[in-house]
Every structure is written in C-alpha cells, then in structure tokens.
Design a protein around this ligand. Structure first.
Ligand code: DLZ
Length: 160
C-alpha cells in the first residue's frame, strides 16, 4: 500500500510555543516509534527540546483527561495525543476508541487549543506496525505535522 499522509507547507514552522505529546503506555515498542516520529517532526520544523514535553498516561482511555488538562494549563500551543489500540477478543477496544475520539474532540473544542488524534485503532498488530514507522508511515509524525499546521492556522485566524 502506498504511504499516505498530510503534505505540509514547508514554510510552516513550529514557532516558539511549547507542544505536549501525551502518550499511552500500552504496546510500548509501537508507542516509542510514534513518540519518536512526533518529536522528530516537531524538531525538523524548528522546535527545540525545551519546547516538547512528553507526558505518559497508563492507557489510551486516559488520554482525554490528560489532554484536556494539558490544553487548559495555558502552557501549550498544541497537544498531541498518541496511543495504540489493537482489537482483542471482546469489544473492549470499541469502547476505548469511541471514548478517546469523542473525549479528545470535546477537549479541543472546550480549550480552543488544537488536540491531535494520533491514536492507532487497528484490527491487527501488522496494521499497527505499518502505521508506526512502517509502510503506511508514522502516525505520530503525521499528528505532529497536523499540530503545527493548526497552530499556524489559529495564529492566522486570531492574529496572535
Ligand atoms: C484495557 C486495555 C486494553 C484491553 N487494550 C488497550 C489497548 O490496546 N491500548 C491501550 O492504549 N490501552 C488498552 N487498555 C487500557 C485502557 O486504555 C485503560 O488504561 C484501562 O482500561 C484503565 O482505565
């Protein structure tokens, strides 16, 4: 399958604001790849190490609360939520995925700070590997690039 993802305007920079990467602990190796992808994307667009905070939560279900608090803290220009949810034998993953997607969207709307959805919702481990630096790209990197685009867009809209 061909790699897909956003093509960001090369002129866009991370600016001088701080970014929070909020990352779940489940599926540790995949998570490491997503965090690295996101951090490198921010660095490649000019963010210094001091502008990137990596905050860990136990599992993806805990992402919305942590992202909500990070967004409301006033410290960050964007919050990047990263997680990996892989389908199990029960519908557990469906409840996690729906809660996380809705919770992140609501937190973003409430705070006015971009909260990016970098959560893999996969049927198989193979699908997850493909999206964590494999043949379909790195969704952590994509979420970080989307964060930069949103930060620049909000600056344009608000004039700040
Ligand atoms: C319980 C659980 C399961 C079964 N699977 C995953 C998963 O694939 N990915 C993930 O990030 N978290 C998983 N969790 C943990 C939940 O997200 C949550 O941390 C616990 O239910 C405690 O609230």
């Amino acid at each position: 399958m061909q790699k897909t993802g956003p093509t960001l305007d090369n002129a866009l920079s991370a600016g001088d604001g701080r970014y929070a990467i909020v990352a779940a602990r489940w599926h540790a190796e995949l998570m490491d790849a997503l965090i690295t992808g996101a951090s490198e994307a921010l660095s490649s667009r000019g963010a210094k190490e001091s502008q990137i905070d990596v905050l860990r939560v136990p599992g993806s279900f805990e992402l919305p609360l942590a992202c909500d608090q990070a967004a409301q803290s006033g410290k960050y220009v964007a919050v990047i939520a990263l997680g990996v949810v892989i389908q199990g034998e029960t519908p557990h993953h469906d409840y996690i995925n729906m809660s996380v997607a809705q919770g992140l969207m609501q937190a973003g709307q409430k705070s006015g700070i971009p909260i990016l959805f970098g959560v893999l919702t996969c049927h198989t481990m193979e699908q997850a590997l493909d999206r964590a630096g494999g043949k379909v790209g790195n969704k952590g990197e994509e979420a970080a690039l989307a964060a930069i685009e949103m930060v620049n867009l909000l600056r344009t809209i608000t004039g700040n």
